[in-house]
Ligand binder design. Structure first.
Ligand code: TZP
Ligand code: MG
Length: 214
């Protein structure tokens, strides 16, 4: 079943890149600017801190229609009543996550190879995130970037909602959207911006102008 989800501008958080500002404030500003989906990714938080952040955001976002996704932690997502979970290739297998969350929650998977893309396409995972498309300093243990050609190839391989992440900013966003992806995930281009709201607004405009109509 395909859920009606707007993947176009997907904010992934990193507390350390918020320039000392409160994470919740940064996320709410970015949503004000037009972010369509939010993933809390806090690798250095304790489970309790992660849960507090997730609960606070779940409450603040509940009227916005913007889904809140939790990175890695199915337990935190369940406890916070979040909309879903984003898992990597080294997290719990997605079949197990689906059994735990049920059919209505959103599950996204990071894809680092074409073989993984193919395998995940055969499952009921909701979206695939090709990672990374470009080099990035935000995550240091990434595989070789796919580049625009790799992204085009991935787009041709799957009918599932496909997004991509890694080194995306206002300068390369138009080229990325022209490949036919359903959306982009970004960390630093929004979290570290002087105004997360203005940054999101500009990215939304570029996405609107360059989204492929199929
Ligand atoms: N996964 C692959 S690259 C990446 C993640 C979480 C970080 C992307 O960060 P940025 O700042 O948008 O390049
Ligand atoms: Mg993970």
């Amino acid at each position: 079943m395909t859920k009606e989800i707007d993947y176009s501008l997907y904010l992934v958080t990193d507390n350390g890149l918020c320039m000392g500002r409160d994470l919740t404030r940064v996320v709410l500003d970015a949503v004000q600017g037009g972010v369509s989906m939010v993933q809390i990714r806090e690798k250095n938080s304790t489970a309790g801190e992660f849960l507090n952040t997730a609960r606070a955001l779940q409450q603040r976002l509940s009227d916005s229609g913007v889904p809140l996704i939790i990175n890695d932690r199915v337990d935190v997502a369940m406890a916070a009543g979040a909309h879903g979970v984003h898992i990597g290739q080294e997290d719990l297998p997605y079949q197990v996550v689906r059994e735990m969350l049920g059919p209505d929650k959103i599950i996204g998977v990071s894809i680092n190879t074409y073989d993984q893309l193919w395998q995940a396409s055969l499952t009921d995972v909701d979206y695939l995130s090709l990672s990374p498309v470009f080099p990035t300093q935000t995550k240091t243990d990434t595989k070789e970037p796919f580049g625009l050609e790799g992204l085009k190839k991935a787009r041709a391989m799957t009918g599932k909602p496909l997004i991509t992440i890694g080194g995306i900013n206002r300068d390369n966003l138009a080229d990325i959207m022209a490949t036919g992806v359903d959306g982009v995930a970004l960390v630093s281009a929004v979290c570290s911006a002087d105004s997360p709201a203005d940054a999101a607004r500009e990215l939304v405009r570029i996405i609107r102008d360059n989204k492929m109509r199929i």
